[in-house]
Every structure is written in structure tokens, then in C-alpha cells.
Design a protein around this ligand. Structure first.
Ligand SMILES: Cc1ncc(COP(=O)(O)O)c(C=O)c1O
Length: 472
């Protein structure tokens, strides 16, 4: 079968995600026969650099030998077993290791990111109900945030193109200012924007905490908003406010977890509590939380979040798996003789052994290869190589956090994103700009030659035409 055969059969039989199918007339799906490290390979053997890690899921390249071996081993044991009434080593070991890494002691599994969001929202609401506060049923999220597209997750998402059509089906939630540093006024820095955003959050919580169960946010990078990046002090300020007003904080690390922002989890970059004392004394900023750490000590997810949602990179991009980790105190509020006080949510593939084995192999690789240190060197080299891109006259707001790079293209015409994607493919690179934002979120195996190729192609694309006349 040729590339063309697969394209035709795909268009006839599938409904592709996040796609206006008619657009496939001009930009057909890329038929992929194989993968190898950061490369995708089509049915003619042509190679494409996977610069977005297959929708932000892949960590160590395609067909990674150690993850492959773990899966083959697990296939010989058990492929799947119901997790209601049964348990197994991979899910127990994974839960223990994630608890040790985050400080959040109990793990509830789902399948995709959106199911993790649903679980965290329901758990937060149910916790307050079990505590005799059923009126705490509302949610507050951040402008331009994205948490998935099932109805609950979409209710806290704030991306018009995904949300507006379904508005009549959704719960009413409230959105507060994003700390996205691109909104900085001339005299402001990223931290000032974070403080301004925290003040707006405080005003909201002051008025609505009694009816609010939780704040949900994407720590450090709002991915679907176009890789909006923000100062880590916002995480500490948000935590302080959630403590002050008795509202849960749900950290959606679905896209940013597992090393993507430079630390294993993005929440770990929040400043230690005492670092905020100065700001709190100087201005009308929230006081530091009672829970927290002294300067220089490692911040853990549990210092910031009551719930953390993980997915995407958790299996290195191999299998769908998500998990919500929460505090033992929250878990304890469900532990009861009364069945309905328990968390009765379920998905058939919850805690799938194969997916958990892939996740365990991922955690092993982080340890064996000292991935975070290697990424620091890789990221610094790539940022250096990207200097001509950052300085290009069509580029503004060049930004970088860990293993994510993004920039906005000035005067991008309608149809820019798809046109850029199509032209990048012609040059052997798979990219997927979000509106006028071009970003790179490569697997953690990008070598020097591949970085150079990515820079070269990007410069060529920026120097080329914006979009074909009349494209929409
Ligand atoms: C921050 C965030 N939350 C949730 C989701 C939803 O995950 P999924 O697509 O696996 O449902 C995504 C997906 O991109 C995401 O980036």
C-alpha cells in the first residue's frame, strides 16, 4: 500500500480529531509506517522530524528499546484486568513511586487527560460534599486555559474554538486573568504580571470562595493557549490564596509533567514560601501559606497542589493512561461505611497493566539517564542555536521553558497555521502551529544535527511566503 492509498482510506473511514475534515483536501494526513527516535517515517521511507512529540506525549523517541522490552515482558504476564476488586504489581508500584515523587499519597487512574480532569473536578466537589459543604460546587480556571474536551473538562477550558459551539451543554464556571507574561505593560516584568493576575484571583475568591470547590490551572505553561508562559511565583501565590479561602488547587500537569518544563513536575518550580514574604510585606499580595518550605529547599507538587492530573508523557507516549494524585486527608474524607461517600467513578481500562509498565519504564529511564540534567544541556544548546529565529523580524515573544520553545509570527494571515504545517512537511519536519504561534516540543532525544535541521527549516519557512492567497 502506498502513502496515497492510506490517505484515501483514512479520509473515507476515519473522522480525525481536532480537524475540519474538508481541510484534509489541502493538507492530507501524514501516513506513518514506522517511528525511530525523534523521526516519523512514511510508507515510502521518507522521514519527518517529530518536533511536537506526537501531541506532546512522546518523551524518549519512538520505539524506545527499554519501553518496548517492558511491554513485551508485561504481555507475557497479563494484558489487562479489572481494577475494581483486583490489583496488580505495575499499578501498585507506579502509585507508590508517583506518591514518593509528588508527596500526594493516593492515586486514582483514568485513561486520557480529559478523564483525569473530570476525576479531579468530581473528587473536589465530592470532598466538600462529604465535609458537609455541598454548596462549594463551582470552579474557577484561568483565561485561555485548556483541560480537555469532555463536557466537565470543557467547562473549565477557555478556548473559544473548542468551547463556544457546546456552550449550552456546559457548566457555568469562572475564568480569571492569565499570568501570561505577554500581557506585561511597558514597565512590567513577568513577575509583575503574575502578581496582577493573583490579585484578580484573590478578588474572585474573596467574593465566591463559599461556592467554589477548586481552582484548576496549568502550571507554568498554558499549552493550547499557544504556549503562554508565566512566572512561577503565580503558583505560590495561587496556593496561598487557596489556603486562605479554603479552595482546592488542581494542578493540570497533563502536558507539562514528566520533565517538560525542566523539572520533573512544573509545580516544583514554584518559589519556596518564604521567598514571597518580601512581596507580601511590600504590597497587597497574599501572605505565604502555612504549608511550605524554606528558601533553597526543594518544592514538591504537594506544596502547591491538592490534586495533580498527569497523562501524556506518563507512558512515554506509548499508551493512554492518566492519573489523579491527591492528599491522604482528601482520600480519608471518602473512607466510610456508606458506599455513596466513596468515589464511585470508573473507566474500564483504569490502571491498565501494560500502560503502568510503560510508565514504570519511563520513571526508570529518568533515573538511569539523568534525563533532567541531559535536558538542561540540550535545552541550553537548542536555545543558543535558535538565536537567529528569536531575532527574526517576523518573530515576537520568543519564549522558552524547559523543553518547550515558542514564538508568535507577526502579521500572520488567515490560514497561517495550516500553511506553515504543510510547508514544514515538505521540508521534512512535523509542526503544528496554534494560530500564529509556532512551537517546538521535541522528544528528549533531539541531537545536534536534528536541532540544526529544525532551526534551518524554521528560518526557511519564516523567510518564505506567509500563506497562499485566499487561504482560510
Ligand atoms: C493541559 C491539558 N489538560 C488536558 C488535556 C486533555 O488531554 P487528552 O487530550 O488526553 O484528553 C490536554 C491535552 O492537550 C492538555 O494539554
Amino acid at each position: 500500500m502506498s502513502n496515497l492509498d492510506w490517505i484515501q482510506r483514512s479520509r473515507a473511514a476515519l473522522w480525525h480529531p481536532c480537524t475540519q475534515m474538508k481541510h484534509l483536501e489541502a493538507l492530507p494526513p501524514l501516513p506513518i509506517a514506522r517511528g525511530e527516535g525523534p523521526w516519523l517515517i512514511d510508507y515510502t521511507g521518507r522521514r519527518y522530524l517529530d518536533a511536537i512529540s506526537s501531541w506532546w506525549v512522546n518523551l524518549f523517541g519512538h520505539t524506545e528499546p527499554r519501553i518496548n522490552a517492558a511491554l513485551v515482558d508485561q504481555l507475557e504476564r497479563i494484558e489487562h484486568v479489572i481494577l475494581a476488586g483486583c490489583t496488580h504489581a505495575p499499578v501498585v508500584e507506579l502509585s507508590e513511586r508517583l506518591a514518593a515523587l509528588t508527596g500526594l499519597g493516593h492515586a486514582f487512574y483514568g485513561s486520557d487527560g480529559a478523564s483525569a480532569t473530570e476525576i479531579a473536578l468530581k473528587m473536589s466537589f465530592h470532598y466538600w460534599k462529604n465535609c458537609g459543604r455541598p454548596e462549594k460546587a463551582g470552579f474557577v480556571s484561568i483565561k485561555n486555559g485548556y483541560h480537555g474536551e469532555t463536557l466537565g473538562a470543557l467547562s473549565v477550558t477557555d478556548v473559544a474554538i473548542f468551547k463556544d459551539t457546546y456552550a449550552p451543554l456546559l457548566h457555568v464556571t469562572h475564568q480569571v486573568m492569565s499570568p501570561d507574561w505577554r500581557q506585561a505593560a511597558p514597565a512590567e516584568g513577568a513577575e509583575d504580571v503574575a502578581h496582577r493576575a493573583a490579585l484578580e484571583l484573590e478578588a474572585y475568591l474573596r467574593a465566591h470562595a463559599d461556592t467554589t470547590a477548586a481552582l484548576i490551572l496549568e502550571p507554568l505553561v498554558q499549552g493550547a493557549a499557544g504556549m503562554a508562559m508565566y512566572h512561577p511565583s503565580y503558583l505560590r501565590l495561587a496556593r496561598a490564596l487557596c489556603d486562605r479561602y479554603q479552595v482546592h488547587l488542581i494542578a493540570d500537569e497533563i502536558a507539562v509533567g514528566f520533565g517538560r518544563t525542566g523539572t520533573l513536575f512544573a509545580c516544583e518550580q514554584a518559589p519556596p514560601a518564604l521567598a514571597l514574604l518580601r512581596s507580601a510585606q511590600e504590597g497587597d499580595h497574599p501572605t505565604p501559606p502555612p504549608r511550605g518550605e524554606g528558601p533553597g529547599e526543594r518544592v514538591r507538587v504537594a506544596d502547591i497542589a491538592d490534586f495533580v492530573c498527569l497523562s501524556k508523557g506518563i507512558t512515554g507516549g506509548y499508551l493512554p493512561l492518566s492519573v489523579v494524585l491527591t492528599r491522604d486527608e482528601i482520600y480519608a474524607a471518602f473512607y466510610d461505611d456508606v458506599t455513596a461517600r466513596g468515589f464511585l467513578h470508573s473507566h474500564s481500562y483504569t490502571g491498565n497493566p501494560l500502560a503502568c509498565r510503560a510508565a514504570l519504564a519511563v520513571l526508570d529511564i529518568f533515573e538511569q539517564d539523568d534525563v533532567l540534567a541531559a535536558n538542561r544541556a540540550r535545552a541550553s544548546r537548542f536555545t543558543q542555536l535558535l538565536a537567529p529565529v528569536a531575532a527574526h523580524p517576523r518573530v515576537r515573544h520568543f519564549r522558552h521553558t524547559g523543553m518547550i520553545w515558542a514564538f508568535d509570527v507577526v502579521e500572520a494571515p488567515p490560514g497561517f497555521a495550516r500553511d506553515f504545517q504543510r510547508r514544514a512537511l515538505e521540508l521534512g519536519v512535523f509542526l503544528r502551529p496554534i494560530d500564529e504561534t509556532v512551537y517546538f516540543m521535541p522528544p528528549y532525544v533531539l541531537g545536534e544535527a536534528e536541532m540544526e535541521r529544525l532551526v534551518e527549516v524554521t528560518l526557511k519557512l519564516l523567510d518564505g511566503p506567509c500563506a497562499p492567497a485566499g487561504a482560510i
